[in-house]
Write a protein that binds this ligand. Structure first.
Ligand SMILES: NC(=O)c1ccc[n+]([C@@H]2O[C@H](COP(=O)([O-])OP(=O)(O)OC[C@H]3O[C@@H](n4cnc5c(N)ncnc54)[C@H](O)[C@@H]3O)[C@@H](O)[C@H]2O)c1
Ligand SMILES: N[C@H](CO)Cc1c[nH]c[nH+]1
Ligand SMILES: [Zn+2]
Length: 427
């Protein structure tokens, strides 16, 4: 981790850079995989599974027997934890239901919106280095509440061709329709274009590594919608002298262990905290089973000392972190001034892990500064709002002349005529 003290504004851009990706060769690689899956379907997906996940599969679809067997392999304690998390995610996402109301914009002119679930959705569940069964809940629960009819799930299998039982258990609990053994770019391409086994969907959701994120971005250029670019995870802790260095270090490490390309940042007004967190990270890191991954990720991480909370907030809003933990005395006031972040965690007893798993908020969030423009996944991500309007005689009489005038001035006479022929019948 790099210790940085009182950086000047000129240094900010460099300081806030995400771990560098070689995007040129990344997009070339990803494009060639997508093209092959599009052309050859299942055959290509199976070949890429052999190449990248080192597994020889006889079929991509998970069988009902495999799903059945998974239930027995998940402990009762884990089932109870998953059920508790599901309940909270359901409660929070159900509260986001859209209630459309009819609005009379003028007498006789009524407009309204109706929320309709996206019929076919594809969920990507990462599985490269950790079986993220929590992500199944984060995506399938809102999909179900939204009324999506077909919920397809892809996730990479292990070297024996199996999917982690907790992923299968969570998928069944949350109401996923079909599950496939496919990871990475080949999974995204399969859901975008459809193969003999994998149905084509209308929108693809879910986080993943740089290959998955690049594949989602490429297929979204023409062929299918995506939730957002949700790539390598990041956290920023914004803390003052009141923060607990043990908690802060634990939060930074909880993000660092995700992957070597994750990033953890501390922005603090306290030099003492900066020093203590550095030491505490070293202490806790040594005990982590995934310390090699976390240590590599910490090479991308920075502990930044700034002069006051105003500067801390300005730097935070410039960074636009996926996750922001605020551990300051007056954290509610500080939170009010956050304008760019994916998900915010307030106070010393609110670790990011709570939102990662069980408090109810969604953990599929924009990374790489996209929090400046994108929201995280919510119920809205799974619906469309269709607008409706109804015009009665009084309405067309009132707005008709304005429409005719505007259409004529845009030189679009057919538009004007569509009103004129109606007005004539009302004379
Ligand atoms: N932003 C979010 O909301 C969020 C949430 C959870 C996880 N994440 C991130 O998801 C990521 C999960 O990554 P992961 O790797 O563990 O799992 P993953 O499932 O995203 O990726 C594994 C797949 O990558 C493909 N792959 C690996 N090397 C390749 C290569 N050289 N060329 C082409 N394809 C290749 C393989 O097909 C493999 O199946 C982490 O970076 C984590 O930070 C983000
Ligand atoms: N922090 C990840 C990205 O928001 C989500 C996750 C899943 N499991 C643990 N953490
Ligand atoms: Zn996490």
């Amino acid at each position: 981790m790099k210790l940085i003290k009182y950086p000047s504004k000129e240094q900010w851009t460099e300081l806030l850079k995400r771990p560098a990706l070689n995007t040129e060769s990344l997009f070339d690689t990803v494009r060639s995989i997508i093209d092959k899956v599009k052309a050859e379907g299942d055959k290509a997906v199976l070949e890429y599974e052999a190449a990248f996940d080192k597994v020889t599969l006889s079929a991509l679809a998970v069988s009902p027997e495999e799903i059945q067997a998974a239930g027995a392999l998940v402990s009762d304690d884990l089932k109870a934890a998953i059920s508790l998390a599901k309940q909270n995610i359901e409660t929070f996402h159900s509260s986001q239901r859209f209630v459309g109301k009819k609005v009379e914009t003028m007498k006789g002119v009524t407009c309204w919106q109706k929320s309709v679930g996206i019929e076919k959705v594809g969920l990507y569940i990462p599985g490269g280095t950790a079986p993220l069964f929590s992500t199944v809940l984060m995506l399938a629960v809102p999909a179900k509440i939204a009324g999506c009819k077909e919920i397809v799930l892809c996730t990479p299998p292990d070297k024996n061709g199996n999917i982690h039982p907790a992923i299968l258990f969570a998928a069944q609990l949350a109401g996923v329709s079909k599950i496939f053994k496919a990871g990475g770019v080949q999974a995204i391409a399969a859901m975008a274009y459809g193969t003999e086994s994998v149905p084509k969907v209308y929108k693809i959701f879910g986080p993943g590594n740089q290959y998955v994120t690049a594949a989602k971005q490429l297929v979204s250029l023409r062929d299918v919608a995506i939730d957002m670019p949700a790539g390598p995870s990041e956290v920023e802790v914004l803390a003052d002298a009141s923060a607990n260095p043990t908690f802060v270090a634990a939060d930074l490490l909880s993000q660092a262990e995700h992957g070597v390309d994750s990033q953890s940042m501390l922005i603090t007004t306290s030099e003492q905290l900066q020093t203590e967190v550095m030491a505490e990270v070293e202490r806790q890191l040594a005990k982590l089973p995934r310390r090699e991954i976390a240590a590599k990720s910490l090479e991308n991480s920075k502990l930044i000392l700034v002069k006051d909370l105003d500067e801390a907030l300005e730097l935070t809003n410039a960074y636009a972190p996926e996750h922001l933990i605020i551990e300051t005395e007056n954290y509610m006031e500080v939170a009010e001034r956050v304008t760019n972040a994916g998900s915010v965690f307030l106070g010393s007893l609110t670790p990011e892990s709570a939102g990662d798993y069980a408090s109810g908020t969604n953990h599929t969030l924009p990374t790489n500064g996209y929090a400046k423009a994108y929201s995280g996944v919510s119920l809205d991500s799974f619906i469309r709002k269709i607008t409706f309007q109804e015009i009665l005689p009084e309405g067309i009489r009132t707005i008709g002349p304005a429409i005719e005038e505007m259409a004529a001035n845009e030189h679009l006479d057919a538009h004007k005529n569509a009103v004129t022929v109606r007005l004539k019948t009302l004379i």
